[in-house]
Design a protein around this ligand. Sequence first.
Ligand SMILES: Nc1ncnc2c1ncn2[C@@H]1O[C@H](COP(=O)(O)OP(=O)(O)OP(=O)(O)O)[C@@H](O)[C@H]1O
Length: 260
Amino acid sequence: MIQAEHLTKRYRSRLVVDDVSFVCRPGRVTGFLGPNGAGKSTTMRMLCALTTPNSGRSLVLQHPFRELRNPGRHVGVLLDASAQHGGRTGREILALSACLMSLPAARVQRVVDVVGLTAREADARTRTYSLGMRQRLGLAHALLGEPQVLILDEPVNGLDPAGIRWMRGLLRSFADAGGTVLLSSHLLHEVEAIADDLIIIGGGRILAQGSAAELTSTSGGLEELFFDLTAQHGRGQHGRGQYGREQFGREQFGREEVAS
Ligand SMILES: Nc1ncnc2c1ncn2[C@@H]1O[C@H](COP(=O)(O)OP(=O)(O)OP(=O)(O)O)[C@@H](O)[C@H]1O
């Protein structure tokens, strides 16, 4: 279980997370969605005590993250797959963390196998890793301590289609075994395929939350719901740039104009 209660974060005078409250329940995968800059990563960092909120609090397994003893045994965190020492091998990184968590050394090979890194990949320095390999290592790291909770920021970013499918199965099995999963992603179809619950954030505020089935049943699907909710927050529908549908749409480049 993860609980966020009125989490609020300001950078100088800028409010980037605004009174955010939600619960992620065991046995369920919660998808965390929002346009670029919406506040997803900041919220996840607050859950893991890497960023201090200005107000509000969060609990993981009923405790503030900071109060968890040996947190890696309870919560698996993957916030930035590239944040690893490039001169170490994947296996060394896992072995160091296993040592810090007082885990048996055999656990390293176990998670290497689970995430599908080959022996050669596990023994290569991480500076040579592709993004997908980094994500696999990051997930191996998150799973190392056999946690009950996973907090994953864009874990499928960089995975190939087979990897995305594999990740979906892994997270589903984790939740079905009673685990709690919070994952952010920009891949709406992927989230639609895996999430039991959804939290949609825009401009630092929760725009919608609830069961995926309920939220999408009245909106014609997740993509429609997402764009409807986030359009007013600038980057939802048209992305960062200025070339939205109305600039390159039928109005300007439609068949009627081309034909004449
Ligand atoms: N350390 C920081 N100092 C100042 N501003 C920050 C800091 N970290 C994040 N921000 C700002 O907070 C806002 C929310 O950022 P955050 O990374 O949480 O968004 P996000 O939803 O994860 O975006 P993305 O989908 O692009 O990863 C952004 O405007 C960002 O510039």
